[in-house]
Ligand binder design. Structure first.
Ligand code: GLP
Length: 243
């Protein structure tokens, strides 16, 4: 069941998502949050920081799990997702040291790193609320078109579309965008108890149309969310323009 919420802009969407997270943490201070990178969740993170600074939200007992990570970026690379999450949210609120984890894209045993990551999420009791963005090709996390709907955390090759989309984070140079990543699988993401997907701008309109109105298909990986019991899709007017 996908609930679609249309808002006028990113700030309105951020306020609604922050409301959900504030409610969750009030009811369950040790909640497990699923954190996404990309530009879509940034306004949410800013709003969470504001509410934390206002004394409304504490993450002191919460945990965070990231969706995905590039393979092979230097540890201190600013676009390594672990560093992005640290910069955009983890270091700005009161998460305990080590409370936010991601798959280790620099492990010399990448298969083992994927298994360890699945085990860590399970040991934490699973994700209560998973924040998601969506790729223009309908990917969630780095589950590109053709991904198995039953997939778990694994190594994936990025499509040239996604590498082109993400070149803006690498000085506009697609050659600098890594070719491989580790990503939670679609089944991993589907295990979260509440999925909250944010999409803004006309570039996402087709993906949002497929996600909400298209047939469930590995060619538009986000359509798997139609089988989730509690999925919320928050879009602005532009991203809703094909609905
Ligand atoms: C990347 C990330 C995804 C994200 C997507 C959309 O490929 N791996 O998790 O949802 O981009 O990014 P943006 O929100 O910047 O449009």
């Amino acid at each position: 069941v996908v609930e679609v919420v249309i808002q006028h802009g990113a700030a309105d969407i951020a306020a609604l998502v922050a409301d959900e997270i504030e409610k969750l943490l009030a009811a369950k201070p040790d909640a497990v949050l699923g954190l996404a990178t990309g530009s879509s969740p940034l306004a949410v993170y800013d709003e969470l920081v504001r509410r934390h600074e206002a004394g409304r939200i504490s993450f002191a007992r919460a945990r965070g799990f990231m969706l995905d990570e590039y393979v092979g970026l230097p540890d201190d690379h600013p676009e390594r997702y672990r560093n992005v999450i640290e910069r955009e949210i983890a270091s700005r609120v009161d998460f305990a040291p080590g409370a936010v984890q991601g798959p280790d894209g620099n492990s010399d045993d990448l298969l083992g790193a994927c298994e360890d990551y699945e085990a860590a999420i399970a040991a934490a009791g699973g994700v209560d609320l998973q924040i998601l963005g969506i790729g223009t090709d309908g990917h969630i996390a780095f589950n590109e078109p053709g991904s198995s709907l039953a997939s778990r955390t694994r190594i994936k090759t990025l499509t040239s579309q996604t590498r082109t989309d993400n070149a803006r984070f690498f000085d506009g140079d697609v050659e600098r965008v890594p070719r491989h990543c580790l990503t939670q699988g679609l089944a991993t993401i589907m295990s979260a108890r509440h999925l909250v997907l944010i999409a803004t701008g006309t570039g996402k309109a087709e993906a949002v149309h497929q996600l909400t109105e298209g047939p469930v298909s590995a060619m538009w990986p986000a359509t798997v969310m139609q089988h989730h019991p509690h999925a919320t899709v928050l879009v602005d007017d532009a991203a809703a323009s094909r609905l």
